[in-house]
Design a binder for this molecule. Structure first.
Ligand SMILES: [Zn+2]
Length: 249
């Protein structure tokens, strides 16, 4: 199977993120030097970068969530240089705001062959929403991207990773063909794609372990705790606890 990597902000230095962004976004920031190191390692180990979700074990699908401006400034030039394609999932309500991609950036990215997808309208957690609000998050974001970029938008990355049957069914109904999540749960197979969340604190060894499937103990433990907390407190409870922890840092 293709391996799908999930990146967020790619920054010149750690801590160089902008003010108006998600709490905890810096946890997923990856330094541009580290990002290049990841891709160089993959290239030297004969992996290819395409947007095909196929059975090829040597295929890497690059995805970027949140639509930050640094994606245009730092990622796009490098990907063009190495002739790699990628998916960029944007929070539609934030397009053009400080620190985020503009419609012009997106049009250029689209023109040079990158895939643009939705990351929701406002980055709301989609589970537990009323049918109307859920529909708006999924459909309005798709419609706005399609009408401004004049292309069909077939993919979505679920904001903040929370989903259930209702969310997936609604996304399919809204016309999304590829639905990207972070951890795939049992029973969600068709059209649902699991990704490896790349973190800024990883060493190149951590990265290699994650890509080659030999997940380290530290990472396994972290996922186990996360799953347990979610099961006990629910998605919103988990998010609240996470917010409290991040505030204290
Ligand atoms: Zn996000």
């Amino acid at each position: 199977m293709s391996k799908i990597l999930m990146y967020h902000g790619i920054v010149p230095e750690m801590g160089s993120g902008f003010v108006d962004r998600e709490r905890g976004a810096d946890l997923y920031d990856v330094k541009i030097d580290a990002f290049k190191e990841h891709l160089n390692w993959l290239q030297h180990n004969s992996y290819r970068f395409t947007v095909n979700l196929n059975a090829d074990n040597k295929n890497i699908v690059l995805t970027f969530d949140d639509g930050e401006k640094n994606n245009f400034e730092l990622v796009v030039p490098f990907l063009k240089e190495i002739k790699a394609s990628a998916y960029f999932f944007v929070i539609v309500d934030r397009i053009g705001r400080d620190g985020y991609l503009s419609w012009e950036d997106l049009a250029v990215m689209r023109m040079v062959g990158f895939n643009i997808g939705s990351h929701g309208l406002t980055h709301k957690i989609l589970t537990g929403l009323s049918t109307e609000v859920l529909f708006e998050e999924l459909t309005k974001s798709k419609f706005m991207l399609e009408s401004k970029l004049r292309c069909s938008i077939d993919s979505i990355s679920i904001p903040r990773g929370f989903y259930d049957d209702k969310v997936i069914a609604a996304a399919k109904k809204a016309g999304y063909k590829q639905i990207f999540v972070s951890d795939k749960r049992v029973g969600f197979s068709e059209g649902c794609f699991e990704r490896i969340a790349v973190k800024g604190v990883w060493t190149i060894e951590d990265f290699v372990m994650a890509v080659t499937g030999k997940i380290g103990f530290k990472m396994k433990l972290f996922t186990m705790i996360k799953t347990l907390v979610r099961r006990v407190f629910g998605d919103r409870g988990y998010d609240k606890i996470r917010g409290m922890i991040l505030k204290k840092r």
